[in-house]
Design a protein around this ligand. Structure first.
Ligand SMILES: [Zn+2]
Length: 109
């Protein structure tokens, strides 16, 4: 798949190429701007959480992946609510809670 590394966030001016290099988003708008490019990462994280039911191992990029996932989930929840798909919103909320737990280290003992 080819990527346009010159693709730029309209809000903060960060380029996709920079994101690929650093793994860090410049602002919330980056998520929308690079949505297509970062979705595969997000999906991978989601799948891992669902299948193993626990936090992925510590490692570089974990937090940013989870933060992307949270942004995606929030968006999905809002859309599901708007369109009256409440059970979908509910299951996405559970996932969101899971990512919060991992991000903030409230993973129990
Ligand atoms: Zn940005």
């Amino acid at each position: 798949m080819e990527e346009n590394m010159e693709k730029t966030c309209p809000r903060c001016g960060m380029k996709l190429g920079e994101f690929r290099k650093t793994g860090l988003l410049g602002c919330a708008g980056c998520y929308c701007a690079f949505r297509e490019e970062i979705l595969p990462t997000v999906r991978r994280v989601q799948g891992r959480i669902r299948h193993e039911g626990k936090a992925p191992p510590e490692g570089a990029g974990q937090n940013y992946s989870l933060m992307l996932e949270q942004a995606l989930l929030k968006e999905n929840i809002e859309r599901a609510l708007r369109e009256g798909r409440f059970s979908e919103a509910e299951s996405k909320r559970a996932l969101l809670k899971e990512t919060n737990r991992i991000l903030h280290g409230e993973d129990g003992k």
